[in-house]
Design a binder for this molecule. Structure first.
Ligand SMILES: [Zn+2]
Length: 212
């Protein structure tokens, strides 16, 4: 089994670099007040705080398979993502929600190719139904299910579908209409290290400003 001592050593570095600082002292005394909520994928390569080089307290992060937003529902089921959205928006009052998708998403691949055959009741398959409209739209443009362009198309279309679903939550819709909350769709291309942003359905590069 993998040795976990590297994680414990990492915790030591975290204590030095973050915990034993004024920032963390303030965060622990005054509580968190992040202005940005990021909804990212569980994929180990796309940690929002690492990609965006953020400090503790900067981001309220929700992560699930394929960074999907379910539509608003009043059923008595357990809605983990919706509960976290409610907390971020209604309790913390974030000003931005970023749906952060990425290339090579395993959830999107499962949607396109199906889950491993040994999994009888696949939670992933059921969850990924949220991106069915994205799959249908992407498949209408590409024929090969293993086509990388199809997967990339589907990953981006799923971000757009999640942005649409965000507006089905009444407390999100009202804040967006009042200009108190902005919704963004971003896409991290892990192959070329680019960050793209949705501009009216088209994803364009976000370029960091160069500092002198
Ligand atoms: Zn993913």
């Amino acid at each position: 089994m993998t040795d976990l001592s590297g994680l414990v050593a990492g915790f030591g570095r975290f204590r030095e670099n973050h915990f034993e600082t004024d920032l963390f002292k303030r965060l622990s005394e005054q509580g968190q007040a992040p202005k940005v909520l990021v909804l990212g994928c569980c994929d180990s390569r796309v940690d929002p705080a690492i990609i965006l080089d953020c400090a503790p307290g900067d981001l309220f992060v929700i992560r699930n398979v394929a960074n999907l937003v379910p539509p608003f529902e009043n059923s008595g089921h357990y809605h983990g993502t919706s509960a976290a959205l409610e907390f971020g928006v209604c309790n913390l009052g974030v000003e931005h929600i970023i749906v952060l998708g990425h290339a090579q998403c395993g959830g999107i691949r499962a949607l396109l190719e199906g889950p491993p055959p040994e999994v009888e009741h696949s939670f992933v398959r059921n969850w990924m139904k949220l991106a069915d409209s994205a799959r249908e739209a992407a498949c209408s443009r590409h024929t090969d299910a293993k086509d990388d362009l199809l997967a990339r198309d589907c990953e981006k279309l799923a971000i757009l579908a999640s942005l649409e679903n965000l507006t089905t939550f009444p407390w999100i819709e009202s804040r967006v209409e009042a200009g108190r909350l902005l919704l963004h769709g971003w896409y991290f291309d892990i192959e070329c290290g680019m960050l793209l942003a949705n501009r009216g359905g088209v994803f364009e590069p976000l370029r960091p400003e160069k500092r002198d």
